[in-house]
Write a new protein. Structure first.
Length: 204
């Protein structure tokens, strides 16, 4: 008969599992934890999760089946799920965020939940800034930005990630790759959606 795994070791494995799922934007239910570890009952999974809450390693949002969260960091605040947009369509950003097509991303920030969104990068125009195809940028919603900020902007019906440059009253969107030309949009076609505050890269 195989030796029984010590409860503390199992609990560490449960914590790693929940943390990984949260960073993927897919918080697990208690039953999913039970199934992942082969516990005989849901109660066994719940006891491990509640112990992690008591130890301060997880937080629990009352009344939510997927309510386990990473606790707040002293510097960045609580972890929250941010909508990951495959592409921002023309129109009001709020409408797009309400129907995300790429799931959610766990982000730790002091910003309010509705101030953040994430966008998957397409193309190589920002490679010089270390933003590569397939990366995910996390942005804070704001309609203005300073020259030199990396922003998410809507030009016509296309979202783009570029460095903002102000030339008097004119706004230019500059790539960080010499193979691409700056975009100088007509003011009536430009909407600043947000300032990029984080870049994520997934190796698998």
């Amino acid at each position: 008969m195989a030796p029984k795994t010590p409860p503390g070791q199992t609990r560490r494995q449960v914590y790693r599992f929940v943390r990984e799922r949260l960073f993927q934007g897919r918080p697990p239910t208690v039953r999913e934890v039970q199934q992942a570890f082969g516990f005989r009952s849901v109660q066994s999974a719940r006891e491990h999760l509640e112990t992690l809450v008591a130890e301060g390693k997880l937080n629990k949002v009352p009344g939510q089946a997927r309510g386990y969260r990473l606790p707040a960091s002293r510097d960045t605040g609580p972890a929250k799920l941010v909508p990951l947009l495959g592409r921002v369509q023309a129109g009001d950003l709020t409408t797009a965020v309400e129907e995300p097509d790429g799931g959610f991303l766990a982000v730790q920030s002091r910003a309010a939940d509705d101030e953040l969104f994430a966008l998957r990068v397409r193309g190589e125009s920002m490679s010089g800034a270390g933003i590569l195809p397939g990366d995910v940028v996390v942005a804070r919603r704001q309609s203005t930005a300073s020259s030199g900020d990396v922003v998410v902007a809507l030009v016509g019906d296309e979202a783009t990630v570029k460095t903002l440059r102000r030339r008097g009253r004119r706004i230019e969107l500059h790539p960080q790759n010499p193979d691409f030309e700056p975009i100088v949009p007509d003011p009536s076609d430009l909407v600043l959606l947000g300032k990029v505050i984080e870049v994520r890269r997934f190796l698998e």
